[in-house]
Structure formats: C-alpha cells, structure tokens
Design a binder for this molecule. Structure first.
Ligand code: URA
Ligand code: SF4
Length: 210
C-alpha cells in the first residue's frame, strides 16, 4: 500500500473531526470521513451519515449499509478493498436530505479524498452524490432515474474517471423492486472494473466493421 496516501487521508479525516464549516457539526456524535483501501480503484459515494453511522463514526453500517455490503460482495469485492464515503460527512437532523449549503461546505473534503486515492471508477449512490460528481465534471443532469446504470467517462480533478450512478441502497429498502435494478447496476460495475465492458465494446466495433 502506498503509505503516503494513507497519511494524506488521515490528515483529511482529522480536519473533518474538528470541522465547523456548516451547522451540521452541532448535532453530530461523530463525523464520518469514510473508510477503506487508499489504493482502491473504486470509490462508493453515498449521501450523508444516518443514525448508526453517526454513533459509530463509520459509513454505511446501518440497514442501507448492510445492502451495500452485500452488493459489494456480490461482485467479488469486500469493504476492505474498496473505499466508501459520503458527500456530507456529518449527520443531518432526522436524516433529512442535506441542504445545498451543507453540500457546498463539505464537498471539498470529498474532492480531496478523490485527489488522493485517484480511483479509476466512482460509483455514486443516489441523487445527491450523482449530481455533485457529474456537475463538477461539467455534465448537466437533473435526476437519478434517467442516468442510473449509465457510464460517464470524463475528467474529474485532473483524473480520468468513469462514473457509474446507481440508486441509493436505502431506496431499495422502501421499494424492494429497486434491489433488482441495483444488482444489475453492480453487475455493470463488475464488468467495467474487470475491463470486460470495454473489451465487449471493441468487439462490437470490430464486428460492425466486417
Ligand atoms: N446512507 C448514506 O448515504 N450514507 C451512509 O453512510 C449511510 C446511509
Ligand atoms: Fe464540516 Fe462537512 Fe461536517 Fe459540515 S458536514 S461540519 S462541512 S465536515
């Protein structure tokens, strides 16, 4: 493991621990910087910590986290070899959606984490992380349903990146039909990770040629 990356991520985590840049610091038990492998090729970005995340200071450890962990394991990965974080690092009261001002105040931490890890793939979970990342790449989208399961290639913070938006796992807890959609999107993530997706595309182009 590149030791430097780990140290740099620790510095960001310490900044988050003492951050008071938005009002969410007032009610937090613990900020949730994120966790995982600093050398990961893939980052999963959620919305904001919920009750259990706030208590434990760790991302995705409640019921949405249980589903995310299952999906990650379904495609042959585990929580230790990926990186998991959120757009907003402190819990909004009663799990309400984060406000635009809170996202704007907090997103520099996320961007620093991305600059340090330099992943090849970013999976955005739900509307807030999808819009935050794609808008920063200059890609204008409005909702999650129209872009989930699609592949966006572009530059983010000087890094060539593939973004794959999908639904937030919490959505599948309320609407079980979405679990199937999440599973399909994760199979796509698996294909992009392994290079199978690009290979298939090349094969199609070659076939078109003959
Ligand atoms: N939902 C999120 O968006 N993030 C978490 O860490 C937990 C639940
Ligand atoms: Fe700071 Fe982000 Fe927490 Fe707001 S949510 S206090 S910006 S770490």
């Amino acid at each position: 493991m590149e030791e430097n990356k780990e140290k740099l991520l620790e510095i960001i985590a310490k900044e988050i621990q003492k951050c008071t840049k938005c009002p969410l610091y007032k009610n937090r038990k613990n900020p949730v910087p994120g966790e995982g492998n600093p050398d990961s090729e893939i980052i999963f970005i959620g919305e904001a910590p919920g009750y259990h995340e706030d208590v434990q200071g760790r991302p995705f450890v409640g019921s949405a986290g249980k589903l995310l962990t299952e999906l990650i394991e379904m495609i042959g990965l585990n929580r230790k070899n990926v990186f998991i974080t959120n757009v907003v690092k402190c819990r909004p009261p009663n799990n309400r959606d984060p406000l635009k001002e809170e996202i704007d105040a907090c997103k520099p931490y996320l961007f620093k984490q991305i600059e340090i890890i330099k992943p090849r793939i970013i999976v955005t979970l739900g509307r807030h992380s999808t819009l935050t990342i794609l808008h920063h790449m200059g890609i204008k989208v409005h909702g999650i349903s129209s872009v989930r399961g699609q592949i966006f290639k572009g530059e983010l913070l000087g890094i060539n990146i593939t973004v794959i938006p999908t639904y937030h796992p919490a959505a599948a807890l309320y609407n079980p039909k979405l679990r199937r959609v999440l599973e399909e999107d994760f199979m796509l993530i698996k294909m992009v990770l392994s290079g199978e997706y690009d290979k298939k595309k090349r094969t199609i182009r070659l076939d078109d040629f003959f």
